[in-house]
Design a protein. Sequence first.
Length: 413
Amino acid sequence: MAAAETRGANQSYREVLRNRRVAGLLLGDLLAHVGTGMILVAMPVQTLSIHGDVPKAIAIGMVEAAPFVLSTVLALAIGLGRVRIPPRTLLIADCVLRSLTFACLGALAVTDRLTLPVLIVGLFFGATFRMAGSSSRRLLATSMVDDTGRFAVNGLLGLNVTFALYIVGPVVGGLIVAATSPGVALFLDAGGALILFAAVVASVPRVAKDHDALRRRPSHESGWRILRRRPVAARLLVVEFFFNFLYMPIEIALPLYVRGTLDTDATGLGLMWGALGVGAFVGAALVNQLRNLPQRHLLIAIIALWAFCPIVLAFVGTLPAAMVVFGLGGLVWAPFTPVAYSFLQSGLAPDEQQQVVTLWTTGSMVAAPLGLLIGGPLIEVAGTTGGLVLSGGLTLLLVPIAVVAVLRGTTPG
């Protein structure tokens, strides 16, 4: 993986998009993320309308955490065990199940029959393939290019997330929720999953390039055993876990912050996520320009700079100022995931990709439900402002730990 920090021959975004299969899959991924971005606004609004006697922050935390439970179990079976399911199959299963789940939840919501327990149970089972599907998107896209195209593909995946998930999706979602109801946004997310399904079927061969190699030379090693041979990558996974863990209280605090401190509605929440997305879009667009920088140092700098975002946000009282702060946060945060995954994948053999990338994705994403479950009570006790400050302060404390963990030793192992 040391070569990942010095190689200067990576392809540009434009070069990898000349591959029509890659372009088709990325387009489906982009449109699917628009639907998911609407959910960022619709889901907390829907939850607040049906929370009943459950405290608001606790209800939001439970709804946000529910999709991670079963999906974590499946992803760990792949990353730590010997379960091997082709990424194409996993992603198709995720698209079909997500579409059915959100169509049903949307129908219940628009007919005023959706309750908090039903919403939680639906998300619990409907997201079974969520983590495995997320890692499968990356595996399929990067398997269709060579080593010099991997950095650009990871960057484009990040660009999709920032543009669709945090710009277009939340803004459109806020407008739809304000004009109609959250249930309509749930229906649209189901449609996005169907679009991704069509893109996978049309663009991804039944047996991708890297999985031809996997079938010829099957690997029975777990992802963790492979990571142990690459100590820096393993330690970086731990750092990323806590980076994501300490971020999650912000997702619970944000709708309460928008309603309370900023005194606005779902449209304001959509604009806040949109501001984050605009900043992240710019950051993601610049990822390919960062390929010659030392990647480990870059990752540590991102953690440090992001930590100031929630701290400053806590002391801002107007929507325009809050959008500027959140937008700058998105700018520094966006390169983290594509740089981290490119760094990780550069040192893996084809038959090691699925279990390690799935384990890495799981390790980073499992921080979300844990952070949400703790974030609810934390926000209830510390309040919205206190929760934001605590999230940023603890992230700052993570910086020296990251320096020791990621920079220790002269090679990634």
